[in-house]
Design a protein around this ligand. Structure first.
Ligand code: GRF
Length: 236
């Protein structure tokens, strides 16, 4: 028996490349989530147009100057109800959601962060990773809790930091990994393979077998054409 696909909304503030990756993944037959709409807190977010051109309803729920956070979140919540959303993916959504909103959506609200949490919560993660001299960096998908860039981890993607990397090169490599990682994490959640329980991400036993025991994407397990270029740079 196939379960109905989970109605999923995506919240963005900007370009929406992760959003586009989720929309593309959900267009595949058998994907357990359906993207029912994209909402942005910024009317000028390029991702709004991108979503529409991919055939997904997209609209801005801007925060007006006179709005309180609560008023803005009420408007957001109303838009989510109209979409009949069951799950929310934050994809470059640049506002901190209130504890009340997070509580209401607990276990159904996930975020992607461009670092291997708990290292580097917050902004400028790639610059900070380079400054710290890391050899491995990456991205994390996690359940959202009231603390920013915290919350139980669902999946992580690691990428190498190559000698001579600047911020832009590293950001691009991480972003490519994000585009693979986020659909995997959403599929796990929408397919009922992971849930948030007692403040932890709990995986269904079977998931471990299907995924070879891991929800980690590591440099060894990703190989697209541009990954091979990366490898060529480090192979003498
Ligand atoms: C991504 O790096 C994501 O990890 C972070 O914000 C960025 C959004 O990029 N939360 P995009 O809008 O998905 O292209």
């Amino acid at each position: 028996m196939t379960l109905p696909r989970k109605r999923t909304a995506i919240l963005i503030s900007g370009r929406g490349s992760n959003m586009a990756a989720l929309i593309a993944a959900a267009a595949e037959p058998g994907f357990p989530a359906e993207i029912v709409g994209v909402l942005s807190d910024r009317s000028d977010a390029p991702g709004l147009q991108a979503a529409q051109s991919l055939g997904v309803t997209a609209r801005a729920v801007p925060r007006q100057d006179r709005d309180t956070n609560e008023a803005h979140e009420r408007a957001l919540d109303a838009a989510l109800s109209r979409l009949k959303a069951e799950l929310i993916c934050l994809a470059g959504y640049m506002r901190v959601l209130s504890p009340g909103f997070v509580q209401k959506w607990q276990g159904r609200l996930i975020n992607i962060h461009p670092a291997l949490l708990p290292a580097f919560p917050g902004l400028d993660t790639h610059r900070r990773a380079l400054e710290a001299g890391l050899r491995v960096h990456g991205a994390t998908v996690h359940f959202v809790t009231a603390a920013v860039d915290d919350g139980p981890i669902i999946a992580q993607a690691a990428v190498p930091v190559l000698i001579g990397d600047g911020e832009a090169a590293l950001a691009e490599r991480v972003l490519r990994a994000e585009h693979k990682l986020y659909p995997i994490a959403l599929a796990l959640l929408a397919g009922g393979k992971v849930m948030m329980k007692d403040g932890r991400a709990v995986f269904e036993g079977e998931t471990l077998l299907e995924n070879g025991g891991t929800t980690l994407i590591s440099p060894a397990s990703w190989a697209g054409p541009s990954d091979l270029q990366d490898l060529a740079r480090i192979t003498p």
